[in-house]
Design a protein around this ligand. Structure first.
Ligand code: FDA
Length: 393
């Protein structure tokens, strides 16, 4: 039998961060063969590890105030300081998003070095089962390379992440543990995920595959102005991934093309000088050409600019500013970057991430009902919540 002060389930971003700050004899287990697999692949291999503008408004949760405590006490600046201490160079790509200059593996190495410094053990290829509460903490069975052993701990930290990308080790095990202890879990769904469309809509959109355009996307009451990418399967790109976390089945997604351009005035002006140009060619000055001709077809307009009355131009502009598409669904957990929803924040202390009713049981990171926007916010939540639990243990 092995005895630990703390056992952390999951050697991902939150679990490793927690282990780096926890006092006493800590064990981190993961059922995969490598720690921090999502960190490794994130940001195209360069890990968008935080966002300069992080605040609680960048997160979705049933309780929008819950994340404030951890985010305010372990901030983006604290993580940047840690990264700098390890000499990891980084750059801002866009909108406050910080990426490693060289490799996401630098972040994993840094976290592992911090864990080692704190004296934490890491057991890979290890799974946990038969978790039960005891008077002084918890007991569980750990199975490593087919061999099982009994273990006990005072604190059990659930850092198993969400359901996104099962191929990378996601299991939803954390939600099962919450349910086992009678803790509420909010509805979970795929977030930061591309949209798919039915055959009929897709047949129309297919010629646009590969086209990217900056626009304003809106769904579920949220709007983001970033790029949208048309793909062979549907729509992706940052603006789409962002609104996907807010979207609900059967709802339309509204795209506003050229939201910052007073297109009606522009087209009226162009009509005076370039009336003989086709409407499709003129729109092609503002939008990718393939998209411009698709939109003209969709709006059933053709001919020269001079043929268009103010009313006709206005109707066309309205269509471009209010293009509604109804997705049939999303690509789901297979490609989703995150899981929206999770362990209800009502059952947790926002200061320590410990459950209110089961002393010694903690939930951190993505398994909790706190989901960040795209842009480094999800890792910042993993660092902040992991730190909050680690320093409380
Ligand atoms: P995480 O998923 O990292 O770790 C959970 C760990 O638990 C895993 O190692 C898993 O193997 C283990 N586990 C699961 N079930 C288990 C079980 N039953 N037994 C034992 N171990 C178990 N965010 C961001 O801010 N910037 C970015 O650039 C990106 N990029 C990105 C790209 C891709 C492709 C994905 C899928 C996701 C991102 N994200 C991101 C999101 C980010 O990766 C995510 O929010 C954090 O990794 C969550 O950290 P956690 O530690 O909570 O879970």
């Amino acid at each position: 039998m092995s005895e630990f002060d703390t056992i952390i389930l999951g050697a991902g971003a939150a679990g490793m961060m927690c282990a780096a700050y926890a006092h006493g004899h800590t064990l981190v287990i993961d059922h995969t063969k490598a720690a921090g697999e999502k960190i490794r692949v994130s940001g195209g291999g360069r890990c968008n590890f935080t966002n300069l503008h992080t605040s609680s408004v960048n997160f979705i949760s049933n309780n929008p105030h819950f994340a404030k405590s951890a985010l305010n006490r372990y901030t983006q600046w604290d993580f940047i300081e840690l990264v700098s201490k390890y000499g990891i160079s980084y750059h801002e790509k866009t909108l406050g998003q910080l990426f490693c200059d060289t490799s996401a593996k630098d972040i994993i190495k840094m976290l592992q070095a911090e864990m080692t410094k704190a004296g934490a053990e890491l057991w890979l290829n290890t799974s946990a089962s038969d978790i039960a509460k005891t008077e002084s903490g918890f007991c569980l069975t750990l199975t490593h390379d087919g061999k099982s052993q009994f273990a006990t701990c005072k604190n059990l930290v659930v850092a198993c992440g969400g359901k996104s990308i099962p191929k990378m080790g996601a299991t939803g095990f954390g939600y099962q543990i919450a349910q086992q202890f009678g803790l509420k879990v909010t509805e979970t769904r795929a977030g930061l995920v591309p949209f798919t469309f039915g055959d009929k809509v897709m047949a129309g959109l297919k010629p646009l595959a590969g086209v990217a355009v900056d626009c304003r996307a809106e769904a579920g009451g949220a709007q983001f102005e970033e790029a949208v990418l048309f793909t062979h399967r549907g729509m992706s790109g940052p603006a789409i991934l962002q609104v996907s976390s807010f979207w609900r089945e059967t709802e339309a997604v509204t795209l506003s093309l050229l939201p910052q351009v007073d297109l009606l005035s522009e087209l009226r002006q162009q009509r005076q000088t370039y009336g003989r140009r086709s409407i499709s060619n003129v729109l092609g000055d503002y939008l990718p050409k393939r998209l411009a001709s698709y939109l003209c077809e969709m709006a059933s307009v053709s001919g020269n600019l001079a043929d268009f009355s103010d009313i006709a131009l206005s109707a066309l502009v309205e269509k471009l500013h209010n293009w509604q598409l109804i997705p049939s669904g999303t690509e789901g957990y297979r490609t989703a970057e995150v899981t929206v929803g999770g362990v209800d924040t009502e059952v947790l202390s926002s200061k320590t991430m410990e459950t209110k009713d089961v002393p010694g049981l903690y939930f951190i990171g993505e398994v909790v009902d706190v989901t960040g926007w795209l842009g480094g916010y999800n890792f910042q939540w993993a660092w902040s919540s992991g730190w909050a639990a680690g320093t409380a243990i």
